[in-house]
Design a protein around this ligand. Structure first.
Ligand code: CU
Length: 397
């Protein structure tokens, strides 16, 4: 066996010196996809990205990345946000909308990071309407939101910022008066942070307490398609399921985490809810439209949500269309994860409040929230050559 290992190492070194591309897996982007390699030399993260107008699903899915690789190892086939809702308090009209996610909105950024990987000068990071909106009642319109920033201007698409230990993708899209921002941060240590901001350009419905719900969808394909497992608090799931972040819905109900791993390699990712994710429980409106935080489903080509259309008035997220008894062990999976915010109007929330017992108005303060995806297992640089596999550092004689 020793001589075989020598031969393997020789092959690996030949491959490295020859500069061949086949050592680690890398995405092949086509059509409207654009490839990102970060850093550009010896990339840690690689993927194909799309702007909202190019994203998959009925009326889009916002910021979408495909064929995500970490250290040359497949992580996800697709990561996007195909379900988005704006829900108003029943007593104030009762409207509720299933918003679209494919109408690009301009972001304030320096040209160096606009639809290409670049390093923003300190203090010139890409700004969305949500980054601007920190006042309970003020409106700031569309880009540049009344701001000026040295060297920056308004442009659409995806900004891709090299921040040293992370690469951050940001996009913004609009549905009526709402300005939604979606960000994915990919860290050098393997963590992935999706976060979502729910902004408003002109104050429409600022006087009605309302909720926004965003559902991400993660198509994991760790080490390639198939043989994925989902677990909840360490227990493997065998059939499709839905779940809450905590038993009581609040932060004190006992945290729940979910893991997706490749059953053979043991490499995986743990979804850890962000503290802000606990602020608004399911169904706070009492209207019964959004009653689960998590859905573990079988990945099905072309299925991006509970409906095949995006009918504006179809406000209920129908988990029964997604969670319907299919097996999810040792197969391809898609994990859905919901975050929501409440935009409260003075003297209106919680129900029955009066004066000082009501939440102070915060309806125009833009709220950002999202979980952290944390890797586990051995994700060190990996080499794949004609049946010989092993970590570069572990290729011992
Ligand atoms: Cu709002």
């Amino acid at each position: 066996m020793k001589s075989l290992h020598h031969a393997s190492l020789g092959l690996l070194l030949l491959g490295l010196m020859g500069g061949q591309q086949a050592l680690a897996a890398t995405p092949t982007c086509s059509g409207s996809e654009t490839k990102l390699s970060w850093p550009a030399v010896n990339p840690v993260w690689e993927m194909c990205w799309l702007r909202p107008s190019q994203s998959a699903g009925p009326d889009g899915s916002g910021l979408e990345v495909r064929d995500v690789h970490y250290n040359g190892i497949p992580v996800m086939r697709r990561m996007h946000a195909p379900l988005l809702f704006a829900e108003y308090r029943n007593s104030a009209g009762g409207n509720c909308y299933r918003d679209w996610k494919d109408e690009n909105a301009n972001i304030l950024s320096v040209p160096a990071v606009r639809n290409t990987l670049g390093t923003p000068p300190f203090g010139s990071y890409a700004k969305t309407a949500c980054d601007r909106s920190l006042d309970p009642t003020a409106s700031y319109g569309t880009c540049p939101y009344g701001l000026s920033m040295p060297g920056a201007s308004c442009g659409s698409g995806v900004t891709i910022e090299d921040l040293g230990d992370e690469v951050r993708l940001t996009t913004q899209y609009t549905a009526g008066w709402y300005m939604y921002s979606s960000r994915f941060a990919f860290f050098k240590d393997g963590r992935i942070q999706p976060y979502f901001g729910f902004g408003n350009m002109d104050g429409t419905y600022n006087e009605v307490t309302h909720w926004h719900h965003n559902y991400w969808r993660f198509e994991f394909n760790i080490d390639g398609d198939g043989d994925q497992m989902i677990s909840e608090n360490g227990v493997d799931k065998t059939t499709e399921f839905s779940a809450l972040r905590s038993l009581t819905g609040g932060v004190n109900g006992g945290p729940t985490t979910w893991e997706v791993r490749n059953a053979t390699s043991g490499r995986g990712y743990r979804l850890v809810p962000g503290s802000g994710d606990y602020v608004v429980p399911t169904n706070e409106s009492g209207r019964g439209f959004h009653t689960v935080d998590v859905m573990g489903t079988k990945q099905i080509d072309g299925e991006y949500g509970d409906r095949t259309d995006n009918s504006l008035g179809a406000c209920q997220m129908n988990q029964g269309a997604l969670v319907n008894g299919q097996a999810i062990d040792h197969t391809t999976v898609a994990l859905y994860y919901r975050v929501a915010v409440r935009d409260s109007t003075a003297n209106n929330w919680p129900p029955g409040c009066s004066g000082g017992t009501c939440i102070a108005q915060d309806s125009m303060v833009c709220k950002n929230t999202g979980p952290m995806l944390v890797p586990f297992g051995d994700w060190s640089d990996y080499i794949h050559v004609s049946g010989i596999e092993g970590p570069i550092n572990g290729a011992s004689p």
